[in-house]
Design a protein around this ligand. Structure first.
Ligand SMILES: Nc1ncnc2c1ncn2[C@@H]1O[C@H](COP(=O)(O)OP(=O)(O)O[C@H]2O[C@H](CO)[C@@H](O)[C@H](O)[C@H]2O)[C@@H](O)[C@H]1O
Ligand SMILES: O=P(O)(O)OC[C@H](O)CO
Length: 756
């Protein structure tokens, strides 16, 4: 069986959410018991961790009750106590009357109160402290949702050893709306304490990254945000990316196949009246779910005579939610008033057009309702995902039934075979409902098959694996970065760079636009015997990430390696230009060029040379011939004797020249390319695609001289290591080259990368 440690690379898991997966309830006779907590978070997450095991820290749902930690299946549940005032101000107030409406596109007016904010901070601090006490050394701590956005930063300060993941189950609003939040910077900084921040949709992740750039003044590149530490310690990278949540589709499908569920579905159909079509709505009673819009559309269809209550019934299941929050009380009054009016106006003694159930049901009853329903109507005005839609699809083993789905539910991105509706457009919604009621069977089946394929393919285990996979990768990266920082030599630019070079770098750092170009092997990564083992120095990667994220800076890597071989080193180069095979292939920054297959003639000449070199030199100890997409490289780095190596390389040169190839000299390598290109031409080509900018280029090898040769007086050429060069500056090794890049990044952005 999969263990949680298989998903977290051997690390223990701690879950943190406002609510524990079970709620403490007081029965009418005063006895206490536990029941499953409401809402989508528990539906999605609990089945996985209950089996795999974890510590779960959360509120037990009752006031002023101190409860000891206890075990439930493979979980250890750790209750966090909340007082009456904290429930009123942290949970009902700041979480559900400020953040909830603000994050749901302000469909209700958010209230901003300073006392609520103070309470929110205090409760978040209590959660962080409790987690800090409970988390095993090096654990992965997974914090959930909007109620706990300050926990990541608070926890990082208490427990720097843990890896912190955060998942937001609800949307993250566009910057124009988030701007209303008086404590917006504090919330962003709180979240940026995490290593990975997960969102439901691409749009949510994009909104967050924009808000982070604007209010926390950080830079982002792709999914990665560079976060400078307050005290000048090294920059951290934080992944902010979408991981759309799902359900255990198989479990729902199996449940729907059970005889008791099928016979209960039959009973439900019999109870609503033979021949009547059943439309179903299932929601927490929440104003984001669009229940009044649904009722309005349905009421109008009855009034217009398009729907008859003898033929159709709408069963609306609305589970009680946040009942002490005013907006929820108003919603309940409105919904119950509307249901009463519709039933009063259009019902008969036999048939009410709406059956309204303000209750929670167990999963078996939910599955029976899904199986019984001819259509499920999901009409939120805004919803992070909406799991009800996916549950309905998973339960429809008969491949029938129609899903009517709001385009403002995150689920609409994936479930495009549903009937998509805009709940604000009442006429459109009415048309959607009618279409669902009259959809021919073959269209139902076609759509339902496609929906089921999607839901079963992207189920909750895939979500967990994707999210925890990203978290594990972040944890590994963090360990690597920390090690690199600890081992990084103390290089102060003032001691190892000439004052002239410092001046030049300062000037470049303030240029409106700048191209930072560099070789890879021997410049960004130390030279190693086996080229497949070469890796960029982590600090160099981060310095280039910071530079690339700075407006006006373009990063380019120019390598003799093929693009494929460069990618195999793990270099992260999203948003950069990368030139491979000495310029024969270029990608990124609009400079895409070359890379097409060799012609038969080119291939034939290259094959003949390779055979010849193989025959003449192949038997020599330590010689290695490498086939590249556009040429051949003859390596002599592993030849024991330097003189013998030189002689062998000279022999290879002779063979190449005889076959009409221009040998390209490198350190202990000679290359023969079918295409006559070099790094200088590649750099010129990239430069032409970008706004006129000065260039800084760093390189260590003979082949980098071609790039130095195309630089002018506004540019800066830096040779890495020993040997003759036309470059105007020099540093000792890749560590020093990295320090130059880090210093440049710091001067341009203020972000400290590493320990220089
Ligand atoms: N009367 C009733 N009785 C019993 N069970 C009932 C019920 N009514 C609803 N449920 C169950 O509660 C869950 C509701 O999940 P949703 O995703 O639809 O919304 P919710 O807003 O709670 O979740 C939040 O988290 C989830 C998960 O991330 C996001 O999909 C969503 O957008 C976000 O608002 C479903 O599993 C459903 O079966
Ligand atoms: O009842 P609440 O306030 O804990 O909300 C439950 C849902 O999971 C909200 O995401």
């Amino acid at each position: 069986m999969t263990a949680i440690k298989d998903l977290t690379d051997g690390r223990e898991l701690v879950m943190v959410s406002n609510r524990l997966p079970v709620d403490r309830v007081t029965e009418p006779d005063g006895t206490k018991s536990w029941k499953t907590s409401p809402g989508g978070l528990v539906t999605a997450v609990e089945p996985i961790v209950e089996e795999l095991g974890c510590v779960w820290v959360g509120w037990a749902g009752s006031a002023d009750e101190q409860i000891d930690a206890f075990d439930e299946d493979a979980m250890r549940l750790v209750p966090v106590e909340l007082s009456e005032e904290e429930i009123a101000e942290y949970y009902e107030g700041f979480s559900n009357a400020t953040l909830w409406p603000l994050y749901h596109d302000v469909v209700a007016r958010p209230e901003f109160h300073r006392e609520w904010w103070e309470r929110y901070k205090a409760v978040n601090a209590r959660f962080a402290a409790r987690v800090a006490d409970e988390a095993p050394e090096g654990a992965v701590v997974w914090v959930h949702d909007y109620q706990l956005q300050l926990v990541p930063k608070m926890l990082r300060e208490l427990r720097p050893d843990v890896t912190i993941a955060f998942f937001l189950h609800i949307p993250f609003p566009p910057t124009q709306l988030f701007a209303q939040m008086p404590w917006r910077r504090r919330l962003i900084e709180g979240l940026l304490g995490a290593d990975v921040i997960g969102f439901q949709q691409v749009g949510d992740a994009v909104n967050f990254r924009h808000a982070a750039e604007r209010y926390a003044r950080v830079h982002s590149l792709g999914n990665t945000i560079m976060v400078p530490a307050d005290d000048g310690t090294p920059t951290r990278s934080v992944v902010a990316q979408e991981f759309p949540i799902s359900i255990d589709a198989n479990a729902f499908s199996q449940l729907a196949k059970r005889d008791d569920v099928k016979s209960r579905a039959g009973e439900i159909r019999a109870e609503i009246g033979t021949g009547r079509r059943l439309m179903l709505g299932v929601d927490r009673l929440d104003y984001t779910k669009g229940i009044p819009h649904r009722l309005k559309a349905y009421g109008e269809l009855l009034a217009d005579g398009d729907v008859d209550s003898d033929e159709v019934v709408l069963v609306q299941v609305a589970s009680p939610s946040r009942e002490r929050v005013e907006a929820y009380q108003q919603l309940r009054d409105e919904v119950e008033g509307t249901v009463g009016r519709i039933n009063g106006a259009f019902g008969s003694i036999k048939n009410a057009p709406v059956v309204y159930l303000h209750q929670s049901f167990d999963r078996r009853e939910m599955a029976a309702l899904y199986v019984a329903a001819d259509a499920l109507v999901v009409t939120p005005l805004r919803d992070g995902m909406n799991l009800v839609a996916k549950e309905y699809v998973a339960c429809r083993n008969d491949e029938q039934g129609v899903l009517v789905l709001s385009e403002f539910a995150g689920a609409a991105d994936e479930l495009s075979d549903a009937l998509l509706v805009n709940p604000h457009d009442i006429d459109g919604l009415k048309a959607g409902l009618l279409r669902a009621l009259h959809m021919p069977l073959d269209e139902q089946q076609r759509r339902m098959r496609a929906l089921r394929e999607r839901v079963f393919d992207s189920d909750v285990s895939r979500w967990v694996q994707g999210f925890l996979g990203a978290v594990s990768a972040a944890a590994d990266q963090r360990t690597q970065d920390e090690r690199a920082d600890a081992e990084a030599p103390e290089l102060s630019p003032h001691t190892f760079l000439s004052s002239q070079m410092q001046d030049r770098l300062r000037r470049l750092a303030t240029a409106p636009t700048l191209i930072v170009a560099t070789d890879f092997d021997g410049t960004l990564s130390p030279l190693v015997e086996n080229p497949s083992k070469a890796r960029i120095l982590p600090r160099a990667q981060r310095a280039l990430d910071v530079l690339a994220a700075s407006p006006g800076v373009h990063v380019a890597v120019l390598s003799g390696r093929s693009l494929a071989s460069l990618a195999e080193t793990g270099l992260r180069s999203d948003g950069w230009a990368v030139s491979g095979s000495h310029g024969a292939e270029i990608t990124g920054l609009g400079a895409d060029h070359g890379g097409g297959a060799l012609t038969d003639d080119e291939q034939g000449r290259l094959d003949a040379l390779a055979r010849r070199i193989e025959r003449v030199l192949g038997g020599e100890q330590g010689m290695r011939i490498e086939r590249k997409p556009f040429g051949i490289a003859v390596h002599a780095r592993e030849v024991a004797d330097t003189r013998a190596a030189d002689e062998l390389l000279a022999a290879a040169e002779e063979l190449g020249l005889a076959a009409g190839f221009e040998p390209r000299k490198g350190k202990m390598v000679r290359e023969f390319s079918a295409r006559k290109v070099n790094k200088g031409q590649a750099l010129e080509h990239i430069r032409q695609q970008l706004p006129a900018s000065p260039v800084i280029f760093l390189g260590d090898d003979v082949t980098d001289e071609d790039a130095f040769a195309v630089l002018g007086s506004q540019d800066l050429a830096i040779k890495v290591g020993e040997g003759q060069s036309r470059a105007n500056e020099r540093v000792a090794d890749p560590e020093a080259a990295t320090a130059v890049l880090a210093w440049l990044a710091q001067m341009r952005t203020g972000v400290v990368v590493g320990s220089s």
